[in-house]
Design a protein around this ligand. Structure first.
Ligand code: SF4
Ligand code: SF4
Length: 444
C-alpha cells in the first residue's frame, strides 16, 4: 500500500541495518562530563554551582535564565572541576560546566520516584517538563515547556509525534519506539491534556514496521490516538513536511506550527516528558546512534548528556581496521554538522555520531561543474523553492531577490537539492551561508 507523503524529497540509501542489529547498551562514561550552558534555543542557562562543589546525578547545575531557556542537570555524580570555555559539538565554543565524574552515578534525593500521571494538572505537567530541562530532542533544541504553552491552547487540534527518523544511518528513534512505546504514548497523553481539542497522531515512516506495530499496540483502545504510517522519503521528518502530510496544512516561513493548530514533538521528547512526570527523572540522557561505514560496531546506546564523543566512538569499537575516518558528523549525512574534533560533549538535542570512510563533500568539490539547468533541484525541494535561481541570486549577493522574489529564507536546509544535483553544486551550504548573512544584516 502506498502511504501518504509530501511533494518533492529524495531517497538516499538508509544504512539503518548497520546499527539496528545490536541491543541498546546503557553506556556509563568514565571521563569528565561537560555541559555547555547553551544546549537549547534561547538564552543560555545560568550556572548555579562553582568549582569544587560536589554534585549528584539529576542535580540542577544551571538554571533557565528567562522565558525561552532551559535547566541543565548533571548526569553523573562527582565534583565541579571547572566552568570554562570548551568546544561544543557544533564547532563553536561555549561556557561549559565540567564535572569530574566519580564513576558512581549516585542520584540526587527524590530522583526516580514513581508518580501518578492523573495527579498532575496542566500547569504542573508544564512545571515538571521545565524542571527536567527537556528540549526538542529531534534536533531543534527548543525548550519544550515553552513550545507546549502557546497563546491559544484550545485552538490546537493536532499533536503530532514525529517518529519519521528519515536521516540515513540514525536509528535511535526507531529503537525507542520498538522498546519504549508505552512511555512515548504516556508522554503523548500528558501533552494531550494541555490541548483539550486535540487528537494525537504518531507519524512513522513505513520502513519501520516493528516500530509501527509496537506503537499501534501501545495506542490500542484509545480513540484519541492513532498511528499514521508515512512513506519513507527524505525529509519526511521535517516539521513542515510532517504537518503537510498529517493535516494538509502548509507552514510558511515565520509561521509556527501552533499558528496552524499543530504541535509537533519528537518521540524521544514525549518519552522524556513521561519520565519527568511519572518517574521524577530529569533529562540526564538519551538514546544516541553511533554509526557510519568507518565504525567497527555501529549501534545505539543510552548516553549520558555531557559524554565525550571520543568515548562513544571507542564504545562502538573505534574505527574499523583498514578504514579511515574521512568525515565525522554530529547527526547524519544529510543535515549533520561536520565535526573538527571528537573532544566535544553530547548535548541534549544530539542524536547521532556518524563516521564515514569517504568525504562526499570533498569528492563533490572535485567533480563540481557549472549548473546544467536540469531543474532536478526544483523537483525535489520539499518547500517548492527553485534552488537553481536561489543559487544564482546568492552568488551575486542579490539578497533582495533571494528573500523577496525567491523566498530563500523558507529553505529548511534539508540538502535534498545538493543530494540530487548532477553538477555536484554545494547548494545547501550556499543557502545556509546566505540565510546567516541576511539574518545578521537584519539584526544590525
Ligand atoms: S536545502 Fe533548501 S532549497 Fe534545497 S531542497 Fe532543501 S529546502 Fe529546498
Ligand atoms: S540540480 Fe544542479 S545542475 Fe540541475 S538545475 Fe539544479 S543546480 Fe543546476
Amino acid at each position: 500500500m502506498k502511504h501518504k507523503t509530501f511533494r518533492g524529497g529524495v531517497h538516499p540509501k538508509g544504512y539503518k541495518e548497520l546499527s539496528l542489529g545490536s541491543p541498546i547498551e546503557d553506556f556509563l562514561p568514565s571521563g569528565d562530563l561537560v555541559f555547555p550552558v547553551n544546549q537549547h534555543i534561547g538564552k543560555p542557562a545560568k550556572p548555579i554551582v562553582k568549582k569544587g562543589d560536589a554534585v549528584l546525578a539529576g542535580q540542577l547545575i544551571a538554571e533557565a535564565d528567562g522565558f525561552v531557556s532551559a535547566n541543565i542537570v548533571s548526569s553523573c555524580s562527582g565534583t565541579v572541576k571547572a566552568i570554562e570555555e570548551r568546544h561544543t559539538i557544533s564547532g563553536g565554543r561555549a561556557t561549559c560546566i565540567v564535572i569530574a565524574n566519580d564513576g558512581l552515578f549516585n542520584a540526587a534525593p527524590g530522583i526516580g520516584i514513581d508518580r501518578e500521571a492523573s495527579a498532575f494538572s496542566g500547569p504542573q505537567i508544564l512545571d515538571a517538563i521545565k524542571w527536567a530541562g527537556i528540549v526538542g530532542l529531534g534536533g531543534a533544541g527548543f525548550p519544550t515547556h515553552v513550545k507546549l504553552a502557546p497563546r491559544n491552547p484550545e485552538q490546537i487540534d493536532y499533536v503530532i509525534a514525529n517518529g519519521s527518523e528519515c536521516e540515513p544511518y540514525i536509528t535511535c528513534d526507531d529503537q525507542l519506539m520498538r522498546t519504549q512505546s508505552n512511555g512515548i504514548v504516556e508522554g503523548m497523553r500528558l501533552v494531550l491534556r494541555l490541548f483539550p481539542n486535540a487528537r494525537g497522531v504518531i507519524a512513522i515512516e513505513d520502513n519501520k514496521p516493528e516500530a509501527i506495530e509496537a506503537m499501534a499496540h501501545a495506542c490500542e483502545g484509545d480513540a484519541n490516538l492513532s498511528v499514521l504510517p508515512v512513506m519513507a522519503k527524505y525529509p519526511e521528518g521535517g516539521e513542515r513536511s510532517l504537518i503537510g502530510v498529517v493535516t494538509g496544512r502548509q507552514l510558511r516561513f515565520g509561521q509556527l506550527p501552533a499558528d496552524l493548530g499543530c504541535v509537533v514533538c519528537n518521540v524521544s521528547t514525549l518519552n522524556a516528558i513521561y519520565r519527568a512526570v511519572c518517574k521524577t527523572e530529569p533529562l540526564i540522557g538519551r538514546l544516541f546512534t553511533v554509526s557510519g561505514d568507518a565504525v567497527s560496531n555501529p549501534h545505539t546506546l543510552f548516553v549520558r548528556i555531557g559524554t565525550s564523543c571520543s568515548e562513544l566512538l571507542k564504545a562502538a569499537g573505534g574505527i574499523k581496521p583498514g578504514s579511515e575516518a574521512r568525515k565525522i558528523l554530529c547527526g547524519g549525512p544529510m543535515m549533520g554538522i561536520a565535526m573538527s574534533t571528537l573532544d566535544a560533549p553530547v548535548a541534549k538535542n544530539n542524536n547521532a555520531l556518524t563516521v564515514l570512510a569517504s568525504d562526499e563533500v570533498e569528492l563533490a568539490e572535485q567533480q563540481m561543474t557549472a549548473c546544467l539547468r536540469c531543474g532536478r533541484c526544483g523537483h525535489v525541494c520539499p518547500i517548492g523553492l527553485v534552488p537553481q535561481m536561489m543559487a544564482e541570486a546568492a552568488e551575486r549577493q542579490d539578497y533582495e531577490r533571494y528573500e523577496k522574489k525567491l523566498y530563500g529564507l523558507d529553505c529548511i536546509a534539508c540538502g535534498s537539492c545538493t543530494y540530487i544535483c548532477p553538477a555536484k553544486r554545494p547548494l545547501m551550504q550556499l543557502f545556509k551561508q546566505t540565510k546567516a548573512a541576511i539574518m545578521a544584516a537584519k539584526r544590525k
